[in-house]
Design a protein around this ligand. Sequence first.
Ligand SMILES: *[C@@H]1O[C@H](CO)[C@@H](O)[C@H](O)[C@H]1NC(C)=O
Ligand SMILES: *[C@@H]1O[C@H](CO)[C@@H](O)[C@H](O)[C@H]1NC(C)=O
Ligand SMILES: *[C@@H]1O[C@H](CO)[C@@H](O)[C@H](O)[C@H]1NC(C)=O
Ligand SMILES: *[C@@H]1O[C@H](CO)[C@@H](O)[C@H](O)[C@H]1NC(C)=O
Length: 329
Amino acid sequence: MNSGSSFKFKWFNSCFRNLSAGNIRVQLVVLNSLCLVLMVFALMYTNNVHRTPPSHSQPYECKEDFGYGKASLEEIISGTAQQLDHPNFTYIRNANKTCIPNSDVLLLILVKSAVGHFRKRQYIRETWGIENGLHEDLIQQNFEDSYVNNTHKIKMALSWISEYCKQAKYILIVDDDMYVNIPNTISFILQEAISPDEDFYSGHLVPEPYPDRCLKSKHFISKTQYPFACYPPYIAGGSILLNKYTVEQFVRVMQFIPYLPFDDVFLGFIAQKLGIEPTKNAYISLEERTTNANDIKNFISQHGYNTNILFRIAYNNTHMQMKTVIKLA
Ligand SMILES: *[C@@H]1O[C@H](CO)[C@@H](O)[C@H](O)[C@H]1NC(C)=O
Ligand SMILES: *[C@@H]1O[C@H](CO)[C@@H](O)[C@H](O)[C@H]1NC(C)=O
Ligand SMILES: *[C@@H]1O[C@H](CO)[C@@H](O)[C@H](O)[C@H]1NC(C)=O
Ligand SMILES: *[C@@H]1O[C@H](CO)[C@@H](O)[C@H](O)[C@H]1NC(C)=O
C-alpha cells in the first residue's frame, strides 16, 4: 500500500510541477496548435553592426538525453550522417516576392497563424505590420493543420528563410496574438550590437524543462516517444528572436533530429546538438494575457493581443517610436 501511495504521490507531484512551471507554455501551445499560415514582413534598413559577444547564462545540462538524435554533429557536418524520415512538403504559397534578392534585410518577421485567423492577421496588417504588409505575404505547405504537426510548421519557417530570404540578418518568429514593437526590436539589435554571424537564439527562456507524463495534458509525451527525464533548455514558441547564422545552422541539422510534436522543444534539441545556448531576453514578454497595451513601450513583443482595441492602443504607443527609428535609419 505504501509503495502504491508513494507512486501515486510521485505521479501527482510530477503533474503538479508541470502545471505550475508550464503555465506559460500551456497558452502558447494551444495557440500554436492552429497554425498553418505564416505571414512575413521584411524590413529593409541598412545597418553597420559591430559586435560585442552576447552574455550567456550558465548552461543547464540534461545529461540523460545526451546522444538523443543518433548522428553526431561531426557526421552531420561532414555529410556522412543519415537523414531521418521527416516528410518533405511542397509550397501552396511561397511569398517569394517578400525578399528581393540581394536586398539588405535587417529584420524578417514571421507570424505563425491559422488559415481561419483572417481577422487576427488583419489586426496585425492594420497596426504593427502596417508599413510592411504586402498582398502576397502568406506561406503555406501541403500538410494537415494539427497539433502534432506543429513541428512541420517551424521547419517550414526555417526552410523558407533559407530558400527565400537568406540575407535577413535577424529573424523574429511570433504567434498571431503577439504585438511586435518594431522600433524596440530594431533598437535592441543595434544597441546590443548582436552580430548576425554568431550564436543568437533568444526570447522567453525555459531553462530546465522536463517531459510531461500526465495523460490528460496537452503536452503529454509517452516514454516510447521520448524515454528521457528532461529536455534541453529552449525558447518558448510564442516569440523567438534569432539571427542569420543561427537559422543557417538550425536548417543544417533539423533533418537529423527526431521528430517531436512540440515545435519549441524541437528547436531546443537542434540548439543542443549545435552547442548553441538559448538566451533569456527580458524584452520578450509571454507572462500574462495583456490587460494594459501601454506596457508595449517597454517590450520587443508582448503576448495576449486578441482584440482590435488592444492592437490599436498598442499601435498608438509604438507609432511615435516608429517615426523616431525611421529618422535614424
Ligand atoms: C526530402 O528531401 C531531401 C532533399 O531533397 C531528401 O534527401 C530526402 O530523402 C527527402 N525525404 C523524404 C522522406 O522523402
Ligand atoms: C514565385 O513563385 C511562383 C509560384 O511558384 C512562380 O510562378 C514565380 O515564378 C515565382 N517568382 C519568383 C520571382 O521567383
Ligand atoms: C500531419 O500532416 C500529414 C500531411 O498532411 C498528414 O498525413 C497527417 O495525418 C497529419 N497528422 C495529423 C495527426 O494530423
Ligand atoms: C489612437 O490615437 C488617435 C489619435 O490620437 C485617437 O483618435 C484614437 O482614439 C486612439 N485610439 C486608441 C484605441 O486609443
